[in-house]
Design a binder for this molecule. Sequence first.
Ligand code: 5GP
Length: 345
Amino acid sequence: MRIENEIKLGFGDVMIRPKRSTLKSRSMVDLVREFTFLHTQQKWRGIPIIAANMDTVGTFEMARALAENEMMTAMHKHYTVNEWAEFMQSGGNEMVDHIAVSTGTSKEDSAKLKKIMGAHPELRFICIDVANGYSEHFVNYVKRARENHPDKVIIAGNVVTGEMVEELLLAGADIVKVGIGPGSVCTTRVKTGVGYPQLSAIIECADAAHGLRGQIISDGGCTKPGDVAKAFGGGADFTMLGGMFAGHDESGGELVEKNGEKFKLFYGMSSSTAMNKYVGGVAEYRASEGKTVEVPYRGPVQNTVSDILGGIRSTCTYVGAGQLKELTKRTTFIRVLEQENQVYS
Ligand code: 5GP
């Protein structure tokens, strides 16, 4: 047993210190970034925010709405090959820069991925997603995926430490997804005791990835626009959001009405709700590691998108970053013991 004494930080442990700035208005801030990916050497331009590959977030409808804003959606992995075909025929093929096909690492997942990518060679992004990215099996899977899809941008995760980011990038990932346990409907930290405060995970993993010219996605733990700004300030190239995009018209999931108020169901992809729906229940050897909640219905996602983008633009003006790219260089985090004033909440 060992103890690391350095304190690791989450979004709630810091604020961003304001800095002198020449920017006159938030409208002067450019949130579009351009990346060249490590293995494919392909370029991508857009606003680097991604809807999470959960079936109550990462839907075809969400992808259409976010693509209008130059943002991305990682589609949940439970769409069938036929559903993909319908989506691509009905305009999905016009937004291939803004969608990722998600897959797990089982034989069935692989077979389905092969069919989807085979039928739609224009798709650019593959997101190989497992709860625990530390297994040798996973690294080997990423290597095989790189061999089988040499021209695709491969996202792989999740991990939270620099050495594993390097291992996945060297195995063939272009982008590594970072986050164990911070998610809004995640119970991994409760069930297993395993995790890593998200801001420190971002800072350490970004450093490792950028040293190899790879990118990271900060996945999970953002509950408000300020957290998304802190993720970018910490060095995240992309930020993935689940809960912040849940509860909208485009989010999938059932709309329920209780005492005149509307809610939408939102659940973790390892919750018993998801496992009952897709794999016939929670296997005997494992525990569910996700919650099921009802979130207030929030209408079209566009209002939320504007709120998030407005918040980040404002962060950039507070620190004098004319482009999102500059935000991390201009960020000084201060450790704090308070966040917002809760007197009227
Ligand atoms: P959020 O933005 O809601 O805080 O976090 C979204 C992320 O939570 C997802 O992208 C995914 O990484 C993670 N997640 C989704 N479902 C589950 C689950 O059932 N269990 C765990 N441990 N994490 C989940």
